[in-house]
Design a protein around this ligand. Structure first.
Ligand code: GDP
Ligand code: MN
Length: 395
């Protein structure tokens, strides 16, 4: 789960990390008032779940409260498109108004979970304020990597090493060491999957502070952090992905395909994608209904698949284990009737109560082709989709 910069900034502050004084505004007038309170010279920043705002016009440095209001007016209510957003961008409902910081040096710092090290990994660089992918590609030696001990956290001497390596002036190393250690505490104590500060800055008046703040959290650990879970902003997510998430379903949108896939289990999802490609088409999405989905969940899954405007045919590939095929079939019938869709359905169903399930589908008089295995599914898909079109590719 992602949160906004203004929320991440507050978390950092509560962990003793130095951040610029700031407030959040929903209207140009609020932005003006904040700028007055902060002394006039401020930076106005669009609050969206995406980076790259600077280059996209979502970060404006201004010299007066009126300019702050003007900058806010230009952002609020628009959709911001950055290289990290989908084509339509994401809505800007709030702006952060922060006192302008005079920067001496921009650095980079991030913590992620490293699967190889099986530990939180601190990555830092003297090259901040730019895309870290660029630094990694052009000058990988400029990135320092240090694993934190999962049990005792990052030791002070490791933090000191990192600070020195990325060129923190010697008189500020103590300050930087505290900041790095505190960032690691945020990561570990709140079960984050990413804490990224780009840029981390040294100011002209000798302070080390987090000028930008990105924190993402492990979804599976959110139950331990109710106050974090409450920071979710559904509006920043893809609408269908959000709907699926709320229903406890895993939905993944894929580019360029025209087959909607309903499956249960990740392995079956992969096999189903392969088969769709064998049929000369490509998946527009897949929706994993998981183990014991009830009738209404299956119906909801079908509704979500049908809502994807790229979908021209639906491939249902289910294995009845804990999920019973008759329950799934009733859910499919329910979903087809609630959406009124005429889209062709190709259904492979095996396992618990599969015969009953197939019978339910046959009796419902749907536009359905039932098949015995994935090979037959490929053939059936080719028939319902017609000749392969040029958009049948998303490999
Ligand atoms: P991002 O582009 O979405 O990552 O947004 P950032 O918050 O990182 O801001 C982008 C860039 O704007 C930073 O790398 C800085 O160069 C600049 N910037 C942001 N805030 C300030 C500030 O207070 N003072 C100055 N001088 N530059 C700033
Ligand atoms: Mn940034």
């Amino acid at each position: 789960m992602n949160i906004h910069e203004y929320q991440a900034r507050e978390i950092l502050e509560s962990y003793g990390v130095t951040v610029p004084r700031a407030g959040v505004a929903s209207t140009p007038d609020e932005a003006r008032q904040l700028a007055v309170d902060l002394g006039g010279r401020v930076v106005v920043k669009a609050q969206v779940h995406a980076g790259g705002r600077g280059k996209a016009g979502g970060v404006k440095l201004v010299n007066s409260p009126d300019e702050a209001a003007e900058a806010a007016a230009g952002m609020l209510g628009t959709n911001l498109v950055t290289h990290q957003t989908k084509a339509g961008g994401v809505p800007v409902r709030k702006v952060l108004v922060a006192e302008l910081t005079d920067i001496a040096d921009e650095l980079y710092m991030a913590i992620t979970m490293d699967a190889d090290a099986r530990a939180p990994m601190v990555m830092a660089s003297s090259e901040g304020g730019v895309e870290i992918e660029e630094v990694a590609a052009n000058s990988p030696d400029k990135i320092v990597r240090v694993a934190a001990d999962p049990l005792i956290g990052l030791t002070a001497y490791h933090a000191r090493d990192i600070a020195t390596e990325i060129g923190i002036p010697i008189n500020l190393v103590r300050q930087a060491t505290a900041l790095i250690t505190n960032l690691c505490r945020v990561f570990q104590e709140l079960d984050a999957s990413l804490v990224e500060i780009n840029p981390l800055v040294v100011t002209t008046d000798g302070r080390v502070m987090a000028l930008d703040a990105k924190i993402a959290f492990e979804d599976d650990a959110l139950f331990r952090h109710k106050e974090v879970a409450e920071l979710r902003d559904p509006e920043q997510n893809d609408e269908l992905e959000q709907k699926a998430h709320d229903a406890g379903l895993a939905y993944v949108k894929l580019d360029g395909g025209r087959v909607g896939c309903m499956v249960n289990g990740a392995g079956l999802a992969m096999a189903t994608m392969d088969i769709t490609k064998t049929a000369g088409a490509a998946p527009a999405n897949f929706l994993d209904v998981g183990g014991g989905a009830a009738e209404d969940k299956i119906a909801e899954a079908l509704e979500i698949i049908v809502s994807d405007s790229d979908v021209e045919a639906i491939l249902v590939n289910l294995f009845g284990g804990i999920l019973r095929c008759d329950v799934a079939a009733r859910g499919i019938v329910m979903g087809v009737s609630s959406t009124g869709t005429q889209m062709p359905l190709v259904v492979a169903m095996r396992g618990t109560n599969s015969e009953e399930g197939l019978q339910i589908l046959a009796d419902a008089g749907l536009n359905v082709t039932t098949v015995g295995d994935l090979g037959e599914a490929a053939t059936a898909l080719t028939q319902v989709l017609g000749p392969t079109s040029s958009n049948g590719e998303n490999s």
